[in-house]
Write a protein that binds this ligand. Sequence first.
Ligand code: BEZ
Length: 404
Amino acid sequence: MGRQMRVGRLRPRWILALAGLAAATMTVAACGGSAVRGGGGGGGDQETVKLGVLLPLSGVYAPLGEDMQQGLRLYIDEHGGKLGGRRVELVTADEGEGPQTAVPAAKKLIQQDRVVAVTGVVSSAVALGVRDLFTESKIPLVISNAGADEITGEASSDYLWRTSFANTEPNAAFGPYVADQVKGGGVYVIAADYAAGKEAMGGFKETFEAAGGKVADERYTPFGETQDFQPYLNAIQRSGAEAVYCFYAGAEAVAFVKQYEEFGLADELPLYSAGFLTEGGALDAQGDAALGIRTSLNYAPDLDNPANERFRAAYQNRFEEEPTTYAVASYDAAAVLDQALTSIDGDVTGEQIAAALGEVGEVDSPRGTWRFSETHNPVQKYYLREVRKQGAGFTNATVRELEG
Ligand code: BEZ
């Protein structure tokens, strides 16, 4: 049972993502029912709440969005289709590959669909593009992936919450470990050229260099456009670096890892990254090329705690694959909204939900227990993981907790 069942059988979402196909923007009702109007004409009354889901339905990150939908659906279905005792109506909108798609989609959720809160958002560029809209509209956005540091840093607001991570965190947690492994040799740093890639590399370099590591060179590849990494792999080979540290996710992660191996670098230079590189369907598609890659992340399917034991079994049973960090963060977004809504009497507004999120205590998550920081980011642990064979497939096995 689990991810190995998928080997040799790429799901259509991955075939589309790998081919770089872009589907048209669309908005779909994810869960049945007609439009709901609360007492004030908004999307929440005593019996029902309308929840917006902003996720990529096409492009490089579409497969991450699907894992996030699965995590969200699992939580809501496990709770009888309700959050805080109210029936949930999900309205899904496409974040696409950037703010140009996501801003109109978010406006539609808020102004036309009149949702009381929104969850989702994969890309940091999107999170940064929509953040003011949510704060100004007084509608809470519970981000379940996008790690843009600023969202729970300088730009933090009563209406911005996150159940995933800040971009610097998994990378900063990994810096001292990589410095110790490479022992003074230079590390080549390469990442997707947008907010997440820049912040990820910033977080890594800070703790890596503080631990005595040296950066051999640094390169950023055009996001969503780079399919051929050969010129970059040539530059890495010529650089004299002894290891590589990267940030890629989704379809770009598949292309980078497969080409790294085909180019012959996998046997010469160890490849390190935050865990998005080998997460979920990306690992299925990478196959043997990913074997042995070590990464840092807040979740691994084999984490030994009762919440994960139950969640992993339910997720495998329902979706016939291993859960991912994307699914866990969305499951937890539903959990915190559930807690917040439970504490609200009568009709529901965005302002009430935002205030109630501030009262959410410890979350008993599959990643281990966590709580919101002062600026609404999870305070959580990070783990060293290694890609190993599991049955006929592959998994990210936990090696140990990272001290950070
Ligand atoms: C981001 O844009 O923040 C992001 C995207 C994919 C994986 C991790 C972070």
